[in-house]
Every structure is written in C-alpha cells, then in structure tokens.
Design a protein around this ligand. Structure first.
Ligand code: ZN
Length: 344
C-alpha cells in the first residue's frame, strides 16, 4: 500500500471519530434542555398546587364576608322590630331573618367543602414538593454527568483534531483534496477491498482494477462509488482459500454489461453458488436470452475472466431476475439496464 494511502486509512479513522465526537458534543445542550424540561414539569406541579390552594382560600374568604354581611342584615332586621305596627309586618320580618339564616347555613357548608379541598390540595402540594426536591437532585446529577462526558469527549476531540492535523501534513495535497471531497459527499473516502468487492458500495471489481489495487502502485478509485481503494492481503487470505477450493456457499450474484457478447453487447448475470459458477447472458438490444453456462467447482471471476475483463457493473434491484425471465427480459427491465450504460 502506498504510504499516502496508509496515512489516509488512519486519517479517515481519526476523522470519523472526530465527527462522531463533535456530533455528540453538539447534542449536549439538547440533552441538558431535555433534563431541564423534566424539572420544569415537577416545578409546574408545585406551582399548580399552590395556585389551587390560593384560589380555595380566596373562595373561603368570600363566603366568610357573605356570612358577615348576612349577620349585619339580621341585626338590622331585629332593630326594626320595635317600629312594627301589625302582625303582617312582623311575619314578613321573621321571614327575611329566616331567609338570611338559611343563606348563612349555605355559606357555612361551602366553607366546610373548601376546607376539605384545601386539605387534599395541601397533601398534593407536599407530594409535588417532595418530587421536585428528588428530581432537582436527580437533574443536577444527570447534568453533571452530561457535562463530565462532554469534558471527556472534548478532550478526545482535541486529541483527534491534533492527530488529524499531523497526518494531513504528510499526505500529498491533491490526494488530500480528493479525500476531503469524497469524505464530505459520501461519508467516508477510503474503502477496503474484500472478496473482490469494494466494501463501501459492494460492487465487484473488474480483474484489472483488482490487480491494480493489489499492486498499489497508484491510487485507484472504485468504478462505482469513486472511493479510494486499498487492499490488505492478510484480510483476504480466507477468501483466496475459499476460491481455491472453488466453494462459495453463499450465492453471490453480479449483473454486468459485457460488450463482447451479443450483437451490441449483453446484460449478463454471474452467479457463484455452492461451488458452481453460472453465467447467463441476454442480448442488450433485444433482451433475448443468448447464452447460459454452468461450470462445476469453479468461480466466475476465474472461469469467466475473459467476459468479466471488459465488463462494467450494473445495479439490479430485483433478486433472481434471471429465474423470472428465462427466455426474454421485458422492455422495462431492458430500459433500466440500458440507462445505466454510458451514452445511453
Ligand atoms: Zn465502491
């Protein structure tokens, strides 16, 4: 691997960690606001209970004032009794007094009701105040925890930032600009090649591209996603062993455009499954099935190396397309595949 690419692999690790830390740090104020909101609810319950008690007290005082003015009225009625001239007037006076006394009883009942309500409100207030006290302690603890985690992350971010700067100094400027551009647009810029594929986009590499990446004499971009590719022989040991015995247990399929087949090229699916290599080709112009070959104990990458050499990858969403359309690809599938070709 060229040393620059090696540095980019490390730089990417550092840059991704830095981005992760920065995202975490940026989320701290939100976390704290969420914690504070929890406390605001507890505080509101206390305030609500206090307001209800105050309203009940006001109601009680109003009833007391009513009782006072009714008592004054009764006194006034009694004062008028000396000036009464006949029985009719006397009866009317007694009726007024009885009415006022009735009203007083009503207000006294209301006062009792309010006092019962106040008792239960006081209990509610005590509960809410206790909860607020507990939550205040809890919230302070959570906030301190968030701040502390933030401190650790800030320190780690500063360290990553410094490491990123150091690594950048050692990399060729043009390559660094390419790295930054891909990192910004695609999330990460350097991708390892495993089992003939770019691990970022899962496209199978053409043999020539694969051998260039392996040789590592120059920086190679993935044909499909444009990321910078690197290859670690130690990670690919197992793959080679599997390929040597010719057994791929997992079905592996790849659609490609092969220019050398058919009248004007062909859409071909290559399948490695249970040690068998299968190739099925459809004419790119007519969509007609034109060839099918199955080789036992083989893998497509070697048995169909000639076809794959100049092929380009296609994106096919639907699994088992070749089983569904055994003799002829329908126009909509053909259209979709043709649109993936350059000059389409
Ligand atoms: Zn790729």
């Amino acid at each position: 691997m060229p040393t620059d690419l090696e540095k980019l692999v490390e730089l990417q690790g550092v840059d991704l960690e830095l981005a992760r830390l920065n995202a975490k740090l940026a989320a701290i104020p939100k976390t704290i606001a969420r914690i504070d909101a929890k406390l605001a609810n507890a505080r509101k319950r206390v305030e609500d209970a206090r307001a209800s008690i105050k309203a009940a007290d006001t109601a009680k005082r109003q009833h007391e004032q009513e009782i006072q003015s009714l008592n004054e009225r009764i006194l006034k009625f009694r004062g008028q009794s000396s000036s009464i001239k006949n029985n009719e007037q006397y009866k009317a006076l007694l009726s007024e007094i009885a009415h006022a006394e009735g009203e007083i009883t009503g207000h006294e009942e209301k006062i009792l009701e309010v006092m019962l309500t106040v008792d239960s409100l006081q209990a509610q207030l005590a509960t809410a105040e206790a909860a607020l006290k507990t939550e205040t302690v809890e919230v302070e603890r959570l906030k301190a925890e968030a701040e502390k985690a933030g401190e650790a992350d800030r320190a780690a971010a500063a360290k990553a930032q410094a490491r990123s700067r150091t690594l950048r100094k050692g990399v060729d400027e043009t390559l660094l600009a390419t790295y930054d551009r891909i990192l910004k647009s695609r999330g990460y810029a350097v991708a390892e090649v495993l089992e003939h594929r770019c691990t970022a986009c899962q496209f199978m590499l053409r043999p020539q591209v694969l051998s260039n990446v392996r040789a590592a004499l120059e920086v190679i971009h993935c044909d499909s996603c444009g990321r910078l590719l690197y290859y670690l022989p130690e990670h690919n040991v197992k793959t080679s062993a599997v390929n040597l015995t010719g057994i791929a247990h997992q079905a592996e399929r790849e659609w490609m455009f092969v220019p050398s087949m058919g009248t004007n090229g062909a859409f071909v699916v290559f399948i490695n499954h249970k040690g068998n290599a299968t190739m099925k080709a459809y004419d790119a112009t007519t969509g007609e099935a034109i060839a099918r070959r199955v080789e036992k104990n083989a893998i497509c990458q070697s048995i169909f190396a000639n076809e794959i050499r100049d092929a380009r990858n296609l994106f096919v969403d639907e699994a088992n397309l070749e089983d569904k359309y055994k003799d002829q690809l329908p126009p909509e599938v053909l259209d979709d595949l043709r649109h993936q070709l350059p000059n389409a």
